[in-house]
Write a protein that binds this ligand. Structure first.
Ligand code: C2E
Ligand code: MG
Ligand code: MG
Ligand code: MG
Length: 283
């Protein structure tokens, strides 16, 4: 075949590339079955206020692969988006999150917690997205005020009008919206101004060096001031040290998520931590 392609064309049989392609196809087929085979899990990472109380959580998906063990989302969410598998998977995520919210609603110690769910751009663009969210809420009789949807700036790269309409339709019933990884996308403040957001989530890349890098510190300070001026809630993600938390607090950020407080964990572990954090009489 290399010969037929002509004298000036070099054609390689690349075993490494071939292997990568085969692995991708295999992974895609396995991922297709993962939802049916109940290999998907939601971990939860708790969110805290400045008094150290848990005020909510973010649901983070994991794939419990039979041979490869726990696979992090960065290794399969992009593939799920490319293949469209994110649609059934996203629906499973929404339903499982609502099921958890329904459980929380049964106890006064957890009934005011919010649950943040990540929504991929492909999932959001689906015509049935609004109906899918409503169906999940309805199925588990969940108060929509407890559900927060995390979107990224990539969502608005196209179809800003449709994005706004979908958000308004869900906001009307009480669902809120957070802009995830804020500051890392390409969208202009002009677009952001028009989106009916409730919260900005400061990206962890800015938080990471906030105590050592003057530029990151200025950026974070500015995001917080802008959020406050626009009446948006602010949460910082990736908070790993007390020093980072103190600095964020000094800048006016009162809600935190990160390893310093709690790692993403199965729900049982989270429930113990909620009890500890929210009943400690010293607070
Ligand atoms: P994200 O939504 O920005 O989630 C934050 C990521 O930062 C999580 O990684 C979390 O485990 C990690 N993280 C939390 N605290 C710290 C910290 O203090 N330090 C550091 N270095 N990292 C921290 P994870 O769970 O691997 O998720 C990665 C990304 O995958 C998420 O980023 C989100 O974009 C996507 N993802 C996760 N779950 C879902 C889902 O259910 N649906 C969709 N569409 N995407 C998801
Ligand atoms: Mg997120
Ligand atoms: Mg994020
Ligand atoms: Mg991130």
């Amino acid at each position: 075949q290399a010969k037929e392609a002509g004298r000036n064309t070099v054609c390689f049989y690349d075993p490494a590339l071939q292997k990568a392609l085969e692995e991708r196809t295999l992974l895609e087929n396995e991922l297709r079955l993962a939802t049916e085979k109940e290999q998907l899990r939601l971990n939860y990472q708790l969110q805290y206020n400045h008094a150290g109380r848990v005020i909510g959580a973010e649901a983070l998906i994991r794939w419990l692969h039979p041979e490869k063990g726990l696979i992090p989302p960065f290794n399969f969410i992009p593939l799920a988006e490319q293949t469209g598998l994110i649609i059934p998977m996203g629906q499973w995520i929404l339903k499982t999150a609502c099921q958890q919210l329904a459980k929380w609603a049964n106890s006064p110690s957890t009934d005011s917690l919010t649950l943040s769910v990540n929504v991929s751009a492909r999932q959001f663009r689906e015509d049935s997205f609004v109906a899918d969210v409503k169906e999940a809420l309805y199925q588990y009789q969940v108060n929509p005020k407890r559900l927060k949807l995390e979107i990224t700036e990539s969502i608005i790269l196209e179809q800003i009008e449709q994005t706004i309409l979908k958000m308004l339709e869900l906001r009307e019933i009480g669902v809120s919206f957070s802009m995830d990884d804020f500051g890392t996308g390409y969208s202009s403040l002009q677009y952001l101004k028009r989106l009916p957001l409730n919260q900005l989530k400061i990206d962890q890349s800015f938080v990471q060096d906030i105590t050592t890098d003057n530029e990151d510190s200025v950026i974070v300070k500015t995001i917080i001031a802008m959020g406050q001026a626009l009446s948006l809630d602010i949460i910082a993600e990736g908070v790993e040290t007390l020093e980072q938390q103190k600095q964020l607090e000094q800048y006016g950020c009162r809600t935190y998520q990160g390893y310093y407080f709690a790692k993403p964990s199965p729900i049982d572990v989270c429930m113990l931590e909620i009890t500890r954090a929210n009943t400690d009489s010293s607070r």
